[in-house]
Design a protein around this ligand. Structure first.
Ligand code: ADP
Length: 516
């Protein structure tokens, strides 16, 4: 949409006040996207031409209280959010924010007291495997759960995390009895905070990850609520992804309506693929998320069937392969091994050796997600020799990200009955790594396309918010982020081998089964 039309629809008031001379886009209304990620929170302000006019990012601490456990302090998430909002409000007049979109790490749960606002326990993060035992005990229900929710019975999803807090934290039980307990995913909790307790709501893309939601009825399922012992009254209401989620309370420094909410992967999918079948995207963030949109739910054994979004009265679905460890493997190389000073340095170090020297890294730090689903698996490094250097292990780690993605893309193509996808659209922090993108193209035999603006997660929900408020059409949004760089597949070279990778994964899975 050109600036004059945008002005007419959005800010007639501004034109009148400026004597009819159109103001510069940056002087008028803007959209704020809040991206509540796993590693950190991000705020991005877009103008009507989809230029970024302000942005801020803040990491927060990852807590690992026991092997396989992952938590966040809810207060850390909130203070990182406050910081990034404050930062963008230094760059943009808060009164110009006409709409807010919220996108978030999914499945992670917070339980809190509706009266005091105090969380009863840390957020249990999607990566956390503490409920693996519980899932094993419920194995007989797995087919029913998959049939209703589209999800495999796995600690990844919210239900067993909520149940764990209800069982282990006395305050949760007490508050549930008093009717004061609130159980939410990060979107529900943060919207509750942003609206100063006025809204307790979520959207179908987030609720479809809780393992409590029946895809065919479009409602919480009483049998599942009973199975996991979740009080129905403690759960948020479900609004369409383009619903009216409430107004940001002025205590945040500005006030605007929240008019779009989607889980992070669905939001990235909305930006990258929109409502068209046959395209696939992979987000290389903390985890790796391969997702393709479908007009109807598609069921596949080793993948997740989920809601993509519901907007303008229509629901789209997605077929997804969630890989638990992606960029977090690079964080591990940086923080625990100290072999790279920054995630970006991994690219140069990997390229300082001609190949990985036979090293194979299986990064099953928190079990293996799609397409293997083995929650007891733990990471392994194969092929170490006296000559192995950090550079080999760093290179093998980047290869591991590409191998895991290739396995999911393969299974997904089979489920959809296609030979291969015409292109893989990429985004997320680690998609900046050109070495990784090239070997990804080589391994899947499809072109890898990188859009100009790689923060698709924030862009998707901002786009939906703009469409909801009528300041942008779908067609205009689709043209906003063209492909900037593409990586064409080359014949496989060096020691890249999917067959050897799959043998290594099999060994890790067998070891996990032996340890049961
Ligand atoms: P999230 O939204 O899950 O918090 P991001 O999309 O912000 O994640 O990406 C951050 C992740 O990407 C981190 O785990 C980081 O290690 C990884 N990362 C960032 N840049 C690079 C890079 N150039 N090469 C490899 N990994 C990277």
């Amino acid at each position: 949409m050109d600036s004059t039309r945008f002005l007419k629809r959005l800010n007639i008031h501004a034109i009148i006040n400026s004597g009819g001379i159109p103001l510069k886009i940056k002087d008028i209304s803007v959209i704020l996207a809040l991206d509540l990620g796993t590693t950190g929170n991000r705020a991005i302000v877009f103008d009507a031409s989809w230029n970024v006019v302000a942005s801020a990012y803040r990491e927060f601490e990852q807590l690992f209280p026991q092997p396989g456990w992952v938590e966040h302090r809810p207060a850390d998430i909130l203070s990182a959010l406050r910081r990034v909002i404050d930062q963008v409000l230094h760059q943009v007049d808060g009164r110009k924010i006409s709409a807010v979109g919220v996108t978030n790490q999914r499945e992670t749960v917070v339980l809190w007291d509706a009266q005091t606002g105090e969380p009863v326990y840390n957020a249990i993060v999607w990566q956390c495997r503490r409920t693996a035992e519980r899932c094993r005990a419920l194995a007989e229900h797995a087919p029913m759960i998959k049939a209703k929710t589209g999800l495999p019975l796995d600690p990844y999803f919210s239900a067993t995390k909520m149940a764990w807090i209800l069982e282990h934290v006395p305050a949760a039980k007490r508050l549930a009895k008093l009717g004061r307990l609130r159980c939410g995913t990060i979107d529900a909790w943060v919207i509750w905070e942003l609206t100063a307790g006025a809204s307790f709501v979520t959207d179908p893309s987030n609720v479809s990850r809780t393992m409590l939601y029946d895809l065919s009825t479009g409602a919480y399922d009483p049998e599942l609520l009973n199975l996991f012992g979740i009080p129905p009254a403690s759960l948020p209401g479900v609004l369409p992804s383009d619903g009216a989620f409430g107004r940001v309370d002025p205590k945040w420094g500005f006030s605007a309506p929240i008019c779009a909410v989607m889980g992070d992967q669905q939001s990235a999918l909305f930006a990258q693929c929109g409502e068209s079948e046959g395209v696939v995207k992979n987000t290389y963030g903390t985890g790796l998320f391969v997702v393709t949109p479908t007009a109807r739910p598609v069921w596949a054994d080793h993948l997740v069937t989920t809601v993509a979004w519901e907007r303008a009265g229509t629901r789209w679905y997605a077929l997804e392969g969630s890989i638990f460890v992606g960029g977090s493997l690079i964080q591990w190389l940086r923080d625990q091994c100290r072999w790279v000073a920054s995630a970006e340095d991994s690219e140069a170090l990997a390229q300082s050796v001609p190949d990985s020297g036979g090293v194979m890294v299986v990064p099953a730090f928190v079990g293996l997600g799609a397409p293997y689903w083995c929650s007891e698996a733990r990471g392994a490094i194969f092929g170490l020799t006296r000559g192995t250097s950090p550079a080999h292990i760093v290179r093998a780690s980047l290869e591991a990200l590409a191998y895991q993605s290739a396995d999911v893309i393969d299974v997904m193509a089979q489920a959809l009955g296609v030979d291969r996808f015409s292109a893989l659209r990429v985004d997320g922090g680690a998609s900046h790594n050109a070495f990784l993108m090239q070997i990804q193209a080589d391994l899947i035999g499809s072109v890898v396309e990188q859009p100009k603006f790689l923060e698709s997660t924030a862009l998707g929900v901002a786009g939906m918010a703009a469409m909801t408020t009528g300041v942008c059409t779908d067609a205009a949004f689709r043209m906003s982020n063209p492909v900037q760089r593409s990586f064409s597949p080359r014949p496989l070279s060096g020691d890249l081998s999917l067959a050897r990778w799959r043998r290594a994964v099999r060994q890790v899975v067998e070891l996990a089964h032996d340890n049961r």
